[in-house]
Design a protein around this ligand. Structure first.
Ligand SMILES: C[S@@+](CC[C@H](N)C(=O)[O-])C[C@H]1O[C@@H](n2cnc3c(N)ncnc32)[C@H](O)[C@@H]1O
Ligand code: SF4
Length: 362
């Protein structure tokens, strides 16, 4: 049985210049056909699916209207056994949150909200090309709280062009002051095929890796100092509020992804749906054709490498018998790894250098 379900909703109120997730500006005319295709795809997998976690990501799932969200969730309920469901997350953009939508999502069984704030600084929000103001993000958080959400994540980004340590500290403190249960703090990545990547290539932006390290250190200090527990390099939670869905993914659980661009991994099989909404709809509605455009069979070695890379990023670390002892001990000697019973974990310095340490190990 597959215990984790991801649904990719490829619509956004506006496209941000740094983002490489598959998305398009929302188009309500396309929503009905898109949702029917997702439900058809869900039905095909229903016999082997009993989710404990569901994650609606994107894009921006709340770019859908309340009526469309109700249609999607009730359609899933009619097709899939949700009796084991424990965590149901929906990603949101502050410009797409209303009291009506928040109450409706709660009534549909959604129990975790994940909202992209990115920054509280007006200048940074402009640089990031965000569609909302800091006031609107604040109001949307209050709407979620008042509607009754008791598990809210806020996403933040650091390393934004022009950002100072002071600005970031203020944004972290403003986030903590609101009282979310979980905070994801990502270092900006310049993804190919984004406007930001072009600006970097043209020399309009410049990366400062020393500053990025200082910003990361500051994140750990401020959030841990405020009682958050860093359970993955970019993720901090109050005790018991870790995201079960993402943990399952990092720890190598099987999961099914529905919708355009969604990945699935079941046993040794991995596939990805086509990153084109119109092509996805027509593939699904076309006599049961698969909407995937990429498939591979993973071997033991590929799975082992992934397990090491992802689990090391979590505070659980990786089972010692998965790592070559001499390499792990060498990295421990230079202060990047530490041994905890039968597992290896990153030290604080190791977290800062996570990608290069993982490369040395695999
Ligand atoms: C798929 S978005 C969902 C949230 C919602 N669409 C929004 O932006 O408000 C998930 C998160 O990915 C992060 N993200 C997107 N592109 C990124 C990038 N290039 N570098 C770092 N983080 C990024 C942002 O923090 C964003 O909130
Ligand atoms: S960051 Fe969020 S709102 Fe912006 S383009 Fe990406 S998915 Fe859409």
């Amino acid at each position: 049985m597959i215990r984790h379900l991801y649904v990719h909703i490829p619509f956004c109120p506006k496209v941000c210049p740094y983002c490489s997730f598959y998305k398009e500006v929302r188009n309500h005319h396309r929503s009905d056909a898109f949702l029917n295709a997702v439900l058809t795809e869900a039905e095909r997998h229903s016999r082997r699916l009993r989710p404990e976690t569901i994650f609606f990501g994107g894009g921006t799932p709340t770019a859908l209207s309340t009526r469309h969200l109700e249609h999607l969730v009730s359609g899933l309920r009619a097709r899939i056994d949700l009796s084991n469901l424990r965590e149901f997350t929906v990603e949101m953009n502050p410009a797409t949150v209303s009291s009506e939508k928040a109450s409706s999502l709660l009534a549909l069984g959604v129990n975790r909200a994940s909202m992209g704030v990115q920054s509280w600084d007006p200048e940074m929000l402009r640089t990031l090309g965000r569609v909302h103001s800091n006031r609107q993000a604040h109001d949307s958080f209050e709407i979620l709280r008042r509607a009754g959400f008791e598990n809210i994540n806020l996403d933040l980004i650091f390393g934004v062009p022009g950002q100072t340590l002071q600005q970031w500290e203020t944004s972290l403190e403003a986030t903590v002051a609101l009282g979310p249960h979980h905070i994801s703090a990502y270092c900006l990545t310049y993804e190919e095929d984004t406007e930001y990547f072009l600006r970097l290539s043209r020399g309009q932006y410049r990366r400062d890796e020393f500053l990025e390290t200082d910003l990361f250190e500051m994140t750990m200090d401020v959030l841990r100092g405020s009682g958050f527990f860093q359970y993955e390099i970019s993720n901090y939670a109050r005790r018991g509020r870790e995201c079960r869905h993402n943990l399952a993914y990092w720890l190598g659980g099987d999961f099914l992804g529905l919708g355009p661009s969604a990945f699935s991994t079941v046993g040794f099989c991995r596939w990805r749906n086509i990153s084109d909404t119109a092509a996805y709809i027509s593939a699904v509605e076309n006599d049961g054709a698969s909407p995937s455009d990429f498939r591979e069979v993973l071997d033991e070695r590929a799975l082992r490498v992934e397990r090491i890379a992802f689990s090391l990023r979590t505070n659980r670390g990786v089972a010692a018998d998965l790592l070559p002892p001499s390499k792990a001990e060498g990295l421990a000697e230079i202060g990047r790894l530490r041994r905890r019973a039968d597992r290896w974990c990153f030290t604080r310095k190791g977290k800062r250098l996570a990608d290069s340490v993982a490369v040395e190990l695999i």
